[in-house]
Design a protein around this ligand. Structure first.
Ligand SMILES: [Zn+2]
Length: 124
């Protein structure tokens, strides 16, 4: 399995992370996201490095979330440079954690589980 998100998986994630009007929303800050190079990224919640690329679910919808910017800019850059805050909200998880069962706290305070089929379930 590849660790990169395929175009199909990327569009599943963008659709899941869009609001009821179809506007893609950054899951970190809630702002609208323009789907254009440099403006957004699909962040790997469990990083690809340190063995993550060998895990079959690394490139699946449950391991991705839509955020502003790149690994060094915007909300994605903020997440990468604030690992404690990112871990508290579930935007960064350890290699031993399962992205399909680890809750994430979204920008509006909802705590959700990201399912492999591209849906969200409220976390218990
Ligand atoms: Zn944002």
């Amino acid at each position: 399995m590849s660790s990169a998100f395929t175009p199909r998986v990327r569009w599943i994630i963008i659709g899941r992370d869009s609001d009821e009007h179809g506007t893609p929303r950054c899951q970190w800050c809630g702002g609208p996201v323009r789907i254009a190079p440099g403006e957004y990224s699909i962040q790997h919640v469990r990083a690809r490095g340190m063995g993550g690329s060998r895990l079959a679910d690394t490139g699946q919808p449950q391991n991705g979330t839509l955020v502003h910017g790149t690994g060094t800019t915007g909300c994605h850059g903020y997440i990468e440079s604030h690992p404690v805050e990112a871990a508290e909200r579930g935007f960064r998880i350890r290699q031993t954690q399962n992205p399909a069962t680890t809750p994430m706290t979204l920008w509006d305070g909802r705590r959700v589980i990201r399912n492999p089929d591209g849906t969200l379930t409220p976390a218990a």
